[in-house]
Ligand binder design. Structure first.
Ligand code: HZT
Ligand code: MN
Ligand code: MN
Ligand code: MN
Length: 376
């Protein structure tokens, strides 16, 4: 019997939808609520007198954000309990590859010019981040699960990092509302010359003002105090600044022109995460120049350099490139500090964690929430 699978014709190179090559702007926010943070017209002039390469840069991020919105809308329409996490990851990653025209890294002139920004996070329940299935994983999404979907899209190294939380049971609604409102607060509090600790304090206050009843037990929602947002650099998912989600005394300031991922995590557990479980996420260390000792490790590092550069990757992407029996060599690269591993980050078993994340751009005159959609 012919499967009634209709082909989704809306998933193709995004340039067919934007023949003029100009991508939609995100949501604009004024800096700060009081007068002295509002940026005056000469900052606006500086933005408007934008240089060609600057405009190309912002347009690249906006292209990635539009792809991000379409990829997440596509999977949101398909998500059901009973699906395997592997199928969910492939739906997301194949759509990203199609929209960016990065379908086969082996045939691309420059495999890192655009495509997947980092591994698709599909972290369940007490696991808050950095889980994606490895080959052979048989995990099935269940009705009672709280799944954080964390998607990365990159265009010329400009990474759009945005995430939301999927549930099918309304008993988690207050947990999601707490985190969504905390993330929105973090976004509104961000701005040029703002201290990171002040953002964390504002996030924490909103997060802790919520409680949630799950399976008959009432919890005060807590921030996962050792998770944070971060600035983003070209081909660098973590630019060195961490945006705390609790008050932490870090007086480092946000600066004009920076890209930030503002993400908050709420939990019914202990309020902090620990690494645990099988590693799937890896990334080349930007500040390592060590040469691998093992021949197999040298060959693997060449594959990583060509296909990912300093972008994070996961084991499934190595499998897809035809790499085989690479685990010992990969662990050697990790031991030598050439590659960093990012294990899953978990609160206690039986707890529930939620996440919302957007990427923001600190223009001279206003903030642009570039990954904003009508979903979150
Ligand atoms: O937790 S982080 O390592 C971090 C937070 C603050 C400073 S560094 N991380 C960066 C990252 C690491 C590996 C990836 F594959 C993707 C991203 C944040 C994050 N994970 C998912 N979305 N955003
Ligand atoms: Mn994260
Ligand atoms: Mn993310
Ligand atoms: Mn992030």
């Amino acid at each position: 019997k012919k499967r009634s699978k209709k082909k989704n014709n809306n998933i193709k190179d995004i340039t067919t939808f934007y023949p003029d090559g100009v991508y939609p702007e995100g949501e604009w926010l004024n800096y700060g609520q009081d007068f002295n943070l509002a940026r005056t017209t000469d900052e606006e002039q500086r933005y408007l007198k934008r240089s060609k390469e600057n405009e190309q840069h912002w347009n690249d991020v906006r292209k990635g954000a539009e792809i991000h919105r379409r990829v997440r809308h596509n999977v949101q329409n398909k998500l059901q309990p009973g699906m395997s996490l592997t199928d969910i990851a492939n739906i997301i990653e194949n759509a990203t590859r199609k929209f960016t025209g990065a379908e086969d890294l082996n045939t691309m002139e420059n495999p890192t010019s655009q495509g997947i920004g980092f591994p698709t996070g599909l972290s369940l329940n007490h696991c808050a981040a950095h889980f994606t299935p490895n080959a052979g994983d048989t995990t099935i999404l269940r009705r009672e699960d709280v799944m954080k979907v964390d998607i990365g899209v990159q265009v010329n190294g400009n990474i759009v990092d945005s995430a939301w939380t999927v549930t099918f049971d309304h008993q988690y609604d207050n947990l999601l509302t707490a985190v969504r409102e905390a993330t929105y607060t973090g976004i509104r509090e961000s701005g040029i010359d703002v201290r990171l600790t002040d953002i964390g304090e504002a996030i924490q206050e909103v997060m802790e003002s919520y409680e949630v009843e799950i399976n008959g037990k009432t919890y005060a929602v807590k921030p996962c105090r050792n998770l944070c947002g971060h600035n983003i650099g070209p081909y660098r998912i973590h630019g060195g600044k961490s945006v705390p989600i609790v008050k932490n005394g870090d007086n480092t300031k946000m600066e004009e022109g920076e890209h930030f991922a503002i993400e908050t995590f709420g939990t019914t557990g202990r309020g902090y995460v620990v690494p645990g479980g099988e590693v799937s996420h890896y990334a080349k260390n930007t500040d390592s120049s060590a040469i691998p000792s093992l021949t197999k490790a040298k060959q693997l590092l060449h594959t990583i350099d060509r296909n990912f550069g300093t972008l994070p990757f996961c084991r499934r992407y190595l499998d897809r490139l035809g790499e085989d029996k690479y685990l010992f060599a990969l662990n050697n690269l990790v031991k030598q500090g050439i590659v960093q591993d990012y294990p899953p980050l978990n609160d206690v078993h039986g707890s529930y964690t939620a996440q919302f994340e957007h990427t923001i751009l600190l223009h001279p005159h206003k903030m642009e929430v570039v990954s904003k959609g009508d979903d979150y």
